[in-house]
Ligand binder design. Structure first.
Ligand SMILES: NC(=O)C1=CN([C@@H]2O[C@H](COP(=O)(O)OP(=O)(O)OC[C@H]3O[C@@H](n4cnc5c(N)ncnc54)[C@H](OP(=O)(O)O)[C@@H]3O)[C@@H](O)[C@H]2O)C=CC1
Ligand SMILES: O=C(O)C1=N[C@H](C(=O)O)C[C@H](O)C1
Length: 268
């Protein structure tokens, strides 16, 4: 019996693409029907299952776009995202965008595309991260007028291979926290030299790149006399891959629109 959801994976030879292929292959509702990467990737032509470390799927890594799939999951590079969005619009394919480091013009293009097809776009597909985002908003609301003030800093740690900084997740934490602060918020990326005293309306960001860390975020709420540190850390990449697969399922039958992981997880 054929499976209901035919899945195309963009960036299928990458660290995340391989985990999406591997987990999707185990899913009773999903059939991986296309594994896409760029023409210069040395793995083009190989079986996507074998590349992902599982049994052969009889789906070859290809630079060609499929004409049809029930949904596309994208874990690639910013330079590759525009073509993916355009292809999904042309083919009327629902799309899950997980790639980070996108420019403002690309975000605008995604919003425009979401008027035509359903899109889930989120910098973190992890359930724990999205839940932590909600918790940090709640903490901010409670502490923002505390006597003496609260200083909020975001420290993110990732593997040495990561191409963008700070992480898309750190930036999203900052946006969501800023929504709950009063007045204009200044986003400060690292500190060096004669910085002067910290101002009250800052959110600080610090990007650490170490070894094989699959992703960790610490949100510090520092007050005079005490502090809270909320840490959310991945042990491996499957939290993101399984979240993307949940998003792909969520999009089935959905009208055009821009959805977030809050929508997928019922946290909106
Ligand atoms: N939203 C989320 O939950 C998460 C998001 N991410 C994000 O996903 C993205 C991918 O991460 P990761 O898998 O670690 O990165 P990788 O570099 O391992 O994978 C990216 C893949 O895309 C390929 N690629 C490069 N150029 C193109 C192109 N023009 N067209 C198609 N494919 C291309 C790469 O090929 P080659 O190696 O030859 O360059 C590689 O196979 C990053 O932006 C990362 O921040 C990561 C984890 C979780
Ligand atoms: O590149 C990664 O690995 C990750 N990138 C995402 C980000 O930039 O937020 C999500 C996750 O933290 C892993």
């Amino acid at each position: 019996m054929s499976k209901q959801i035919q899945l195309a994976v963009h960036g299928a030879a990458g660290r995340m693409g391989r985990r999406v292929v591997a987990l999707a292959a185990e899913d009773k509702d999903i059939q991986v029907t296309a594994a896409i990467d760029h023409a210069d990737n040395g793995l083009i032509g190989q079986d996507a299952g074998l590349v992902a470390g599982i049994a052969a799927l009889n789906v070859l890594l290809t630079p060609e776009w499929p004409n049809y799939a029930s949904v596309m999951i994208d874990f690639s590079l910013p330079i590759a995202v525009d073509a993916c969005v355009a292809k999904c619009v042309t083919a009327k394919m629902p799309l899950v965008i997980a790639t980070t480091g996108l420019h403002d013009s690309q975000k605008e293009a995604i919003a425009a595309a979401a008027k035509l097809i359903p899109i889930v776009w989120a910098p973190s597909m992890s359930t724990a991260v999205n839940l932590t985002m909600k918790v940090t908003q709640q903490i901010t609301e409670t502490l923002k007028n505390v006597a003496g003030g609260v200083d909020i800093e975001i420290i993110e740690r990732h593997h040495r291979f990561k191409a963008d900084a700070p992480s898309g997740t750190a930036l999203r934490f900052g946006e969501l926290i800023a929504e709950k602060m009063d007045g204009d918020v200044k986003h400060v990326h690292g500190r060096e030299g004669e910085t002067g005293q910290r101002t009250r309306n800052e959110i600080g960001y610090h990007a650490v790149r170490v070894g094989d860390n699959p992703g960790e975020h610490t949100i510090v709420f520092g007050m005079l006399g005490e502090r809270i540190e909320i840490n959310v850390a991945a042990s491996n990449r499957d939290c993101y891959a399984s979240g993307a697969i949940a998003a792909a399922k969520f999009l089935q039958g959905k009208p055009a629109g821009l959805y977030s992981m809050f929508d997928v997880l019922g946290l909106s």
